[in-house]
Write a protein that binds this ligand. Structure first.
Ligand code: C2E
Ligand code: MG
Ligand code: MG
Length: 662
């Protein structure tokens, strides 16, 4: 309902008009009654009194005359009257003077000026049954006139009639009043009822609207799952806190943290469990938050805490440690109890930034450092991280150009079968040569490309380049081995990349067996169902699928069972430590045993020494890759060093060999 409609509905309308009508009718009735009183009763009262006085004067004329004679005055009395006063004309024959005896009626007139001489004359009993007459008429000598004032009061019958009339009129008036009151009461009651009803509706609508507005505000500013402020509210409160802190000349700490391996938990136990975990996390952190601090859900599993008016870093460390400690007790999920940790990045105002976005970005960077430091810890932002940021920005702007201008290269690292001492396959590793000669690590720029979204184009370029290279080697007369390509989890988020991958194979007329793909365990964190489908398509087509860096991520033996795999690559960190660290050796042994048990190829990465090789051999891992065999080499070097070793019989034979290797 619009505001106008609402106001219109609130207008009293008809009820108000009818009430007004009733009121007017009532007032008219009362008016008529009062008019009647004035026009009818009052003249009647006067007439009646005058008539009484006339009767009285006539009947008592002789008595009055006697009284006059008693005074020594002889007079003829005759009754004259005008419309106002009754007059007795008294003539004195001796003096031939005429006197007028004015009979004044007490009822209406007051003719007693104070300076008049008065003579009391006893009139005696008047005999008038219905009149009350003063027993002492008063004679007044006034400028040669003798005036007698006979006090005549209205008689009881007159009063009775008067009273009856008044009662009738009052009854009529009261009826009018009561009618007005009843009608006014009825209509005002109805009016009030309607007003109350409309008011109730209005209040309801307003409160409904308020509830909706409050709810919208709540949705806009608060995270619905955890009830914490969301990133939008965070932004505004953050600015306020910054202003306050800088006024007080204190520090402000931004703590940016997320849950380590949250995606795995979501995938393993479902999104409901993930939500329950986030709720519990929010509740636990809220417990360690001072009222003054601001805790917000930034998005996904990311939280931000803003600590204003901080005196020193020790205060921040204390809170960061409390947050980490709050994660120690197991988390109760609907179907399981899990151990979860968090990594916290911290930036400090004013050293690490002057506005919310800079402080958040730097705290985020510090969090990534905390993750790379082994997770479950906190890291303060430092200038070195800033260099990282600058590097990221540099990569983002230059990598696209390098890709478009064909300045990227693929190097190939052999994988050696220890039983046959022959190169069974190789891994294609991307290189980005710089004019300065400086090396840019693929691990670094690939990570940035994954973040910026450039990775899909890079992966397609790598697949294309590897296939083109295989064809070139073959054209050069080399017998080729399977080339394993590293794919990113982001490549599986886009179905198109997969089809383009198969298209490229067809374009170069290669068999799927000529190519292998390496995926990390993290790939499964993206979208398990979709990833498994895509991998199955490739695996069924004959593409060699292996899990790279196995043992470092969220290693689950369940993945080995679940995924359409052809091989496992044991992460080089185990290989490096295995000769001296019994635990790593046991892990390698177990991975090899399980891999072989499932009929998978098991490759040990990072084999740098003879010792590493013998350890691998000892545990039954017979395919190795690493500096001990060879670093990754440019295509021509790889061909001349390794493909050359392979007997060139004919293409068909080479193909068969390559196939049997895979
Ligand atoms: P990765 O797939 O595990 O590749 C193995 C890495 O170990 C390579 O590093 C390789 O040069 C290095 N390596 C091989 N043998 C040894 C050894 O004995 N000792 C030591 N310390 N290192 C050894 P590289 O080429 O710097 O690549 C690093 C990572 O970058 C790769 O790890 C892979 O995850 C990623 N990457 C490289 N090329 C590509 C690519 O074309 N596409 C994608 N998506 N990722 C790539
Ligand atoms: Mg690899
Ligand atoms: Mg690897």
């Amino acid at each position: 309902m619009s505001k106008k409609e609402l106001l219109r509905s609130f207008s009293p309308g008809l009820d108000f008009k009818s009430s007004l009508l009733f009121l007017v009718v009532g007032v008219v009735i009362v008016g008529i009654t009062l008019w009647n009183w004035h026009d009818d009763i009052r003249p009647r009262l006067i007439n009646e009194a005058q008539a009484n006085a006339r009767v009285l004067a006539a009947s008592h004329a002789s008595a009055i005359e006697a009284q006059f004679q008693n005074l020594g005055a002889s007079a003829d009395f005759s009754l004259i009257h005008n419309s106002i006063n009754e007059m007795l004309l008294i003539s004195d024959p001796s003096t031939e003077e005429n006197y007028y005896l004015g009979i004044s009626l007490e009822v209406d007139y007051d003719v007693f000026p104070a300076d008049y001489d008065t003579i009391n004359i006893n009139v005696g009993n008047t005999g008038c049954q219905h009149c009350i007459v003063s027993e002492n008429p008063i004679f007044i000598r006034r400028s040669g006139e003798l005036a007698a004032i006979l006090k005549v009061y209205a008689n009881p019958i007159f009063y009775q009639r008067l009273a009856e009339d008044i009662v009738d009129d009052i009854a009529l008036m009261l009826t009018g009043f009561i009618l007005v009151l009843v009608l006014a009461w009825l209509s005002s009651n109805r009016l009030l009822h309607n007003l109350r009803e409309r008011e109730r509706k209005l209040v309801y609508e307003i409160s409904e609207r308020k509830i909706v507005e409050a709810r919208l505000q709540q949705i806009a500013a608060y995270d619905q799952l955890t009830n914490l402020p969301n990133r939008y509210l965070l932004q505004s409160d953050f600015t306020r806190k910054l202003e306050e802190t800088s006024r007080n000349d204190k520090m402000l700490a931004t703590l940016f943290f997320d849950l380590d391996h949250f995606k795995e938990i979501n995938d393993m136990y479902g999104h409901e469990a993930g939500d329950a975990l986030l709720e519990e996390v929010a509740a636990r952190i809220a417990d360690v938050t001072r009222n003054y601090d601001l805790l917000a859900r930034f998005g996904g599993d990311e939280f931000v805490m803003i600590m204003g008016n901080v005196e020193n870093r020790a205060d921040v460390i204390y809170v960061a440690e409390k947050i980490i400690a709050s994660f120690k007790p197991l988390f109760d999920l609907p179907d399981a109890q899990v151990q979860v940790t968090t990594s916290i990045g911290i930036s400090i105002f004013p050293e690490d930034g002057s506005d919310p976005s800079e402080l958040l970005k730097n705290a985020d960077l510090a969090m990534y450092r905390a993750k790379s430091e082994g997770r479950n810890c906190y890291q303060f932002f430092n200038a070195e991280m800033n260099l990282e940021l600058q590097f990221s920005q540099w990569v983002e702007t230059n990598l696209r150009e390098a890709l478009d201008q064909q300045r990227l290269e693929l190097h190939y690292q052999p994988q050696l079968n220890l039983d046959s001492r022959r190169v069974s396959s190789c891994e294609a590793l991307i290189r980005w040569p710089q004019e300065s000669g400086q090396k840019v690590s693929p691990a670094d720029f690939i990570r940035i490309a994954e973040r910026s979204g450039l990775i899909n184009d890079i992966s397609l370029w790598v697949v294309n380049e590897a296939c083109r290279q295989i064809c070139e080697w073959r054209e050069q007369g080399y017998r080729t081995v399977r080339v394993d390509i590293n794919l990113s989890s982001k490549d599986f988020a886009d179905k198109g990349v997969l089809y383009k991958f198969l298209q490229i194979l067809r374009k170069y007329n290669l068999r799927p067996q000529d190519i292998g793909i390496e995926i990390t365990e993290n790939i499964l964190l993206e979208s398990t169902e979709q990833v498994i489908k895509a991998l199955t398509v490739l695996h069924n087509a004959g593409v060699h699928v292996s899990i790279d860096d196995f043992g470092t991520g969220f290693s689950s033996l369940n993945y080995i069972k679940q995924l359409p795999l052809s091989g496992i690559k044991i992460d080089q960190s185990f290989v490096h430590e295995a000769p001296s660290n019994k635990d790593d050796l046991i892990i390698m042994q177990a991975i090899t045993l399980v891999g072989h048990g499932f009929g998978l190829d098991v490759v040990a990465e990072g084999v740098e020494t003879e010792w590493h090789e013998s350890v691998c051999k000892g545990i039954g891992c017979n395919t190795i890759q690493g500096l001990h065999v060879s670093d990754a080499l440019p295509a021509d070097e790889f061909a001349s060093s390794y493909l050359n070793q392979l007997q060139l019989i004919d293409t068909g034979g080479a193909d068969q060999e390559s196939q049997s290797d895979s």
